[in-house]
Design a protein around this ligand. Structure first.
Ligand SMILES: Cc1cc2nc3c(=O)[nH]c(=O)nc-3n(C[C@H](O)[C@H](O)[C@H](O)COP(=O)(O)OP(=O)(O)OC[C@H]3O[C@@H](n4cnc5c(N)ncnc54)[C@H](O)[C@@H]3O)c2cc1C
Length: 358
């Protein structure tokens, strides 16, 4: 059994701590966040696990790493004490008649990057068979079957409960910079231990690690959560639009997460009127049943991103930094967490991951 100190209790901190506990290790958690995780990007996120539709706007690396995680998620969720909503119907990509060229452009990119076999074209009748509620508004769709999404806030709660049972978890003031000195003083203050007690410290502070990660930047994203009893969509939906493309991620009980803006900014202030209007107009254009939906939450956060928008596991004298998950924490999280745990135990056999390890 090894002893680890995990700093940060957002998405990656929770997943990593949980998997270390499962492997039989002792884990202390130190975070400026509350137990719910309200300060983390992972709590705000739509939690789409979309290796293909994300790769189309990036490259094949996204698909490779994403598929690795997609294979792990069902197995990981099964190991939790509660069933967390995990939707595997796939993603439908649609565009209004006036924006057909956007869909054509997306299809061309899909063919170029992933190949024509990566999706299925649906005509209006085929779309109606899958998602009756969309067929009135859209004549065609592209279906990407190998995609999923999950209920991130439920996942956070369940992981929080499990971790509080098995770990010593302390809320602290933000730790701006991790060094031998700050680790020593925090481990003494919060756990009455010496830093020497730990085999490694694992830095999962996301945006909070900006002082220690030179190229880290925030990419602001805004989402709206709604309850729409008149809407029955089971797929994740991407609406192609020249100005504000959006996605809709279903949750249980007619709840939906609508997102997300992508703004190069570290600004974490509340959702702007402009973004709210754009997101909600697009939502209403998707399905008229959203007119009577109730807004449950409007939230903004920043995605922690590195120069190439890909994640990294970076070796430090005291342990590892896991960062740069950008808009792919759910898409890349399991793959990178599993790889980090392998590195900690001196194992690694995956060429796939070498490029994400420094
Ligand atoms: C609007 C939006 C939509 C998104 N949608 C998706 C999606 O559909 N699919 C997907 O895969 N990804 C999505 N993401 C991205 C995903 O949320 C992030 O990639 C992921 O949350 C990053 O995980 P993390 O643990 O590194 O950071 P976070 O989840 O932000 O966690 C960081 C944790 O560290 C704590 N912390 C920060 N600073 C300090 C400090 N100084 N000292 C101590 N503790 C600290 C924080 O309080 C927090 O608990 C989305 C993000 C946003 C903002």
């Amino acid at each position: 059994m090894s002893r680890y100190l995990v700093v940060g209790s957002g998405l990656i901190g929770r997943l990593l701590s949980w998997r270390l506990v499962i492997e039989g290790h002792h884990v202390d958690i130190l975070s400026s966040d509350d137990a719910i995780g309200r300060d983390s990007a992972g709590y705000v996120a739509a939690a789409m696990i979309a290796p293909a539709t994300e790769a189309i706007n990036a490259d094949l690396k996204v698909q490779a790493l994403g598929q690795y995680s997609l294979a792990l998620w069902p197995e990981w969720l099964k190991a939790l004490p509660e069933t967390v909503f995990y939707q595997t119907h796939g993603t439908l990509v649609v565009a209004h008649a006036g924006d057909k060229t956007e869909l054509q452009r997306y299809r061309r990119r899909a063919q170029h990057i992933l190949g024509a076999e990566s999706y299925t074209d649906l005509n209006q009748i085929e779309l109606a068979a899958r998602e009756q509620d969309l067929a009135d508004n859209f004549e065609q769709a592209m279906l990407f079957e190998q995609e999923a999404c999950l209920d991130n806030r439920h996942l956070f709660r369940v992981l929080g409960d499990v971790l509080r049972q098995h770990c010593d978890w302390q809320q602290c003031d933000p730790i701006e910079s991790l060094s031998e000195f700050t680790i020593e003083s925090h481990s003494q203050q919060y756990f009455a231990r010496s830093a020497q007690t730990y085999d490694a410290v694992l830095d999962c502070r996301g945006n909070g690690a900006a002082q220690d990660v030179d190229t880290l930047r925030g990419v602001r994203g805004e989402i709206i959560r709604v309850h729409a009893p008149e809407v029955r969509l089971k797929h994740a939906i991407r609406l192609m639009h020249p100005r504000y493309p959006l996605y809709l991620a279903p949750r249980p009980n007619h709840e939906y997460v609508l997102g997300a803006t992508v703004l190069e900014s570290d600004d974490r202030s509340p959702v702007s009127v402009r973004s709210g209007l754009e997101l909600m107009s697009a939502l209403y254009s998707l399905h008229k049943g959203f007119a009577e939906a109730r807004i449950l939450d409007m939230a903004a956060h920043c995605r922690p991103a590195l120069t190439d928008n890909m994640p990294v596991i970076k070796r430090r004298s005291w342990g590892y930094q896991l960062n740069g998950f950008y808009r792919h924490g759910y898409l890349f999280g399991p793959a990178m967490v599993e790889e980090c745990i392998k590195r900690l135990s001196g194992r690694t056999d995956q060429l796939l991951f070498d490029q994400y390890y420094e």
